[in-house]
Design a binder for this molecule. Structure first.
Ligand SMILES: Nc1nc2c(c(=O)[nH]1)N[C@H]1C(S)=C(S)[C@@H](COP(=O)(O)O)O[C@H]1N2
Ligand SMILES: [Mo]
Length: 558
């Protein structure tokens, strides 16, 4: 991966500080929260100190001392907690960095699936320019290489392997954590078992804010505020990260219609981001308190499994931090040097789940006319070849779609031929890998109709779609699809969109829809279709232009 030529030489376009929309088009820069938050904290300290002098508050705090010691649990932390704590924090580094990278590829958040410019509630980019052919790729931004993973603009293919791959490991670690928590009774430390936890947490809150901190004895029990924070993180934020993550998958949410109406892909994406905000806040507060409430003792507990106040825990912690720092610093250069390795390892980790999800239900959901998006983003590299230009100028009169390869009856079809075949219509949602979505009505011919015409050979396992357009780095844009998805009721060649002829930007004269897959696989400006036994000899052999050039996966149902 050469930074000068990456993704068609897209120049760096650094992300802006996050802004939240207030009203119709005013944007509030979230950096203001730093001074505002500090001022609020100072006021809160003054209020808490005042409260603490009030006799009624003092007696409340005496009645609710702040910590509830769990019944039937011996003091002490088991060694596995230390290990799991380490794996958790190590994996979170890559999850968070690559997650931020994924956000930068469509640097806006919405609450509806339409993604209409101006309806974003958060953005790290300017407003969408007026250009009617502005693409989502042009809209992407970059991050510094040690913040994003890998940082570079439009490196989502690699970021996703990191994100989804480390997610699998993180979820396994979390599953082991749950099992061990409940089989050893350790859950009592972080699951509230009485409503008393709330008044006790109020006491602890007043203690922290009045800067007269509670006596910490985490070896025996966590204070109530700590318990609530751990509970929320382990039992609410963790599962929510998984659910909202899966809510963005075309394979799952087009199939669970009910769920995806409530939790549209954009709501899922926004909530997924808010879960990240919770984790970041948790990390900042947690680490600050670990350092300021008896660092050596705290580290002895978590890193050396002993109730002491010496440097042993600190030494183990320091050694583990070396591993963390090496992992952090190496991840981006390693990705640039060995992108195929990242692609392969990521695919090995998440590929089985992706294939499984393709088979959950073979009938992806359709929408109604009311769901059609007022605006549909454009994406990709527009075709400019003289051949395409000539066809376009002639209104595609001379267009011939060649369908061949391993078929009994190869054909060449004009647009009139295609319009003469039994028509097929569907209203479906488009999911771009970059994170935007939109619903449109597509009119055209079902791929099953084409297959009935050409009669593929049983040896044909893949179908290649070739475009008139080139990819960002030059060379024909193409993509491979498994033949069994071609017979799906919602796999079609579209020549109409929302009742009109397909526009230039959206793929005129013909584009593919395969609703089981992400948008980059829906080849626009189709020139030819070829049935093949395998795709390993086509171009670089990874199953498509983005797979070859940007390290995407050839199956991307998540
Ligand atoms: N030939 C070609 N087809 C393409 C692309 C491209 O760059 N070239 N981009 C893909 C991507 S990444 C997406 S998200 C969709 C976008 O379709 P739309 O512009 O009609 O919304 O087209 C896909 N088809
Ligand atoms: Mo896309």
């Amino acid at each position: 991966m050469d930074s000068a030529t990456w993704s068609g030489s897209v120049p760096d376009s650094p992300a802006l500080a996050p802004r939240v929309r207030v009203g119709r088009d005013k944007w509030f820069n979230l950096l203001w929260l730093l001074p505002i938050g500090f001022a609020v904290l100072v006021v809160a300290v003054a209020v808490a100190q005042g409260l603490r002098n009030m006799p009624s508050v003092q007696s409340f705090m005496q009645d609710h001392p702040g910590t509830l010691v769990p019944d039937g649990l011996a003091p002490g932390l088991p060694a596995w907690i230390g290990w799991q704590h380490f794996f958790n924090l190590f994996l979170m580094i890559f999850i968070i960095r690559s997650g931020l990278q994924i956000l930068t590829d469509h640097p806006r958040l919405y609450w509806t699936r339409h993604c209409t410019p101006g309806s974003d509630w958060l953005r790290i980019q300017q407003s969408v320019p007026d250009d009617p052919l502005w693409t989502a790729k042009q809209d992407s931004v970059s991050l510094p290489g040690q913040v994003g993973l890998p940082g570079r603009r439009h490196s989502i293919g690699l970021a996703r392997w990191w994100h989804l791959g480390t997610d699998v490991l993180w979820l396994l670690n979390g599953l082991v954590f749950y099992v061990l928590l409940f089989t050893t009774g350790q859950w009592r430390r972080i699951v509230p078992t009485s409503w008393d936890v709330f008044p006790n947490a109020v006491t602890v809150g007043i203690q922290y804010l009045s800067l007269d901190w509670p006596h910490e004895n985490g070896w025996v029990a966590y204070n109530s505020l700590q318990l609530l924070a751990y509970f929320l993180t382990v039992f609410v934020a963790g599962p929510l990260a998984l659910i909202t993550g899966l809510g963005m998958s075309p394979a799952l949410s087009t199939r669970f219609r009910r769920l995806s109406t409530l939790l549209s892909i954009q709501t899922a994406r926004s909530l997924h981001f808010l879960v990240l905000v919770w984790f970041l806040l948790f990390i900042v507060v947690h680490v600050t308190l670990v350092f300021t409430t008896g660092l050596l003792r705290n580290l002895d507990h978590m890193y050396a499994v002993r109730d002491a106040n010496d440097w042993i825990g600190f030494a183990v912690f320091a050694a583990s931090m070396v591993v963390v720092i090496v992992g952090w610093v190496a991840a981006t250069p390693l990705t640039f040097r060995h992108p195929r390795l990242v692609q392969r390892v990521g695919f090995a980790l998440i590929g089985p789940a992706q294939r499984l999800f393709e088979h959950v239900d073979a009938r992806p959901g359709q929408y109604t006319e009311r769901d059609i998006s007022p605006y549909m983003w454009h994406n990709g590299h527009y075709p400019k070849s003289p051949e395409y230009e000539a066809l376009r100028e002639g209104g595609f009169e001379d267009y011939r779609l060649a369908v061949g390869g391993l078929v009994a009856n190869p054909v060449e079809l004009s647009l009139a031929d295609l319009r003469g075949l039994p028509p097929h219509e569907q209203i479906t949602q488009h999911y771009c890998i970059q994170g935007w979505s939109g619903v449109a009505e597509w009119g055209g011919v079902s791929m099953q109709t084409i297959m009935d015409l050409v009669r593929p050979d049983p040896a044909a396992k893949w179908v290649l779609f070739y475009s008139f357009g080139e990819g960002a780095d030059g060379g024909v844009y193409y993509d491979a699809h498994p033949v069994e998805q071609m017979g799906n009721a919602l796999t079609m060649l579209a020549y109409d969109m929302n009742g009109d002829r397909l526009s230039f930007g959206h793929g005129a004269p013909l584009r593919l829809r395969n609703e089981l897959q992400l948008g980059f696989k829906h080849v626009k400006w189709i020139k030819a279709i070829e049935f093949v036994a395998d795709f390993s000899h086509t171009a670089s052999g990874f199953g498509g232009y983005n797979e070859d050039h940007e390290f995407f996966g050839y199956r991307q149902s998540i």
